[in-house]
Design a protein around this ligand. Structure first.
Ligand SMILES: [Zn+2]
Length: 385
């Protein structure tokens, strides 16, 4: 079992957030060259707009108002609200990094993170089940109403003039992941991290950790001017044979927070354009890395752990966002989606790529290469424990 970490913290006064001034919105660079969402980030020159200037809540006292009115509209038939307008009214901040394709917001004491072009939303490093796909249009960032309901846990009702009235009452105290027991990776020894990950099982039955260091986190990935962030499971090197029908199983109990059932493979032109952008920048932006992972399933576990299963050829029946899964349950099947071989339509390069995040951060980022292998051997290769 994963070590249970208490996740209890009274968040006093959801609206009484710190008034953060001088939001460091990044305005350099070019917009993402590709987006899966129609009307998404690629279309409009939104990134040179001035930084958001948070303002005091109207009325001056922090105990009121209990409600704000925010512009709303439908996007692809679903209700969306204006994130910058919302944040401005409650003293929050919004930062859109157009180069990375990421959006960060601090609202009502929570820190929210999006990757543009994807449905995922992290609240204080814990991913929420749902479709939170943001849409950048001009200076504004539109987010699904699910962000209000599930992210902020506020209620909404229609208001005049294309607005929606968001009520914050009744939910100023909540549970969140910002507990004092939360692990701080930068201060953890390799043995602490190994103990923290110990409850994870191998994602392919009977496999062991790859014998090749190039399959582990931290290995260079020159083709995208980046570094490998996860663990590759190829046939042979992991002691098992891998085909397109090899099941990928949940490493621990958890909740599915993303399942790419309707994944559409990139064209070679699309992929080449993304890789050219990586070379131009000298690193791999977050939104491009997301595309290069191909078809994915993401599972949020207790203790702030997230496991992400990439390059899948398919998602298993019944694996949908919000579904609870058990350790060992089949999530999907090994593939090569998102890779050059997948784009070319061949069966080459079949492998599972597994990421392990701790409250949104790669578990290995402060470890030395030899420590990364030692941690992963301890977790995934019983023979050397
Ligand atoms: Zn990989």
């Amino acid at each position: 079992m994963l070590r249970a970490i208490g996740m209890r913290m009274a968040l006093v006064g959801a609206l009484c957030v710190a008034i953060v001034s001088g939001c460091d919105q990044k305005t350099t660079g070019t917009p993402p060259v590709s987006a899966t969402h129609p009307g998404g980030p690629g279309g409009e020159p939104s990134i040179n707009s001035p930084a958001e200037q948070p303002t005091e809540p109207a009325g001056g006292t922090l105990s009121s108002p209990p409600a704000v009115e925010v512009p709303a509209k439908e996007v692809n038939g679903k209700p969306y609200v204006a994130l910058r307008s919302l944040a401005r009214q409650v003293g929050g901040t919004v930062t859109h990094d157009a180069v990375e394709g990421t959006i960060e917001a601090v609202i009502a004491g929570y820190r929210f993170s999006w990757i543009v072009g994807t449905p995922v939303l992290a609240r204080d490093g814990v991913f929420l089940p749902g479709d939170f796909t943001p849409v950048v249009q001009g200076h504004e960032i539109w987010v699904p109403m699910a962000f209000v309901r599930d992210g902020l846990r506020w209620s909404d009702q229609p208001a005049a003039g294309g607005h929606v009235r968001l009520t914050t009452s009744g939910d100023a105290t909540t549970e969140t992941g910002t507990d004092t027991a939360r692990p701080v990776l930068a201060r953890m020894r390799a043995s602490d991290i190994a103990a923290y990950l110990k409850g994870l099982d191998v994602p392919i039955r009977a496999a062991h950790l790859s014998s090749r260091d190039s399959h582990l986190p931290g290995a260079p990935r020159a083709y995208r001017s980046g570094v490998h962030e996860g663990i590759d499971w190829y046939g042979g090197y992991t002691g098992v044979t891998i085909t397109r029908s090899t099941p990928v199983v949940a490493a621990a109990d958890g909740v599915v927070v993303r399942a790419d059932r309707t994944y559409r493979e990139m064209t070679k032109t699309e992929r080449d354009r993304l890789l050219a952008e990586c070379r131009r920048l000298g690193h791999t932006p977050a939104y491009i890395l997301d595309r290069l992972r191909g078809r994915t399933v993401w599972v949020q576990h207790d203790s702030g752990l997230l496991t992400r299963y990439a390059h899948l050829s398919g998602v298993a029946d019944g694996i949908d966002v919000g579904v609870r899964v058990k350790r060992g349950q089949v999530l999907g099947y090994v593939g090569n989606s998102g890779t050059s071989s997948g784009v070319a339509g061949t069966d080459n390069d079949l492998h599972l790529h597994l990421d392990i995040l701790v409250y949104g951060e790669p578990f290995w980022q402060y470890l030395k290469p030899e420590e990364i292998r030692a941690v992963l051997e301890a977790v995934f290769s019983p023979a050397v424990r």
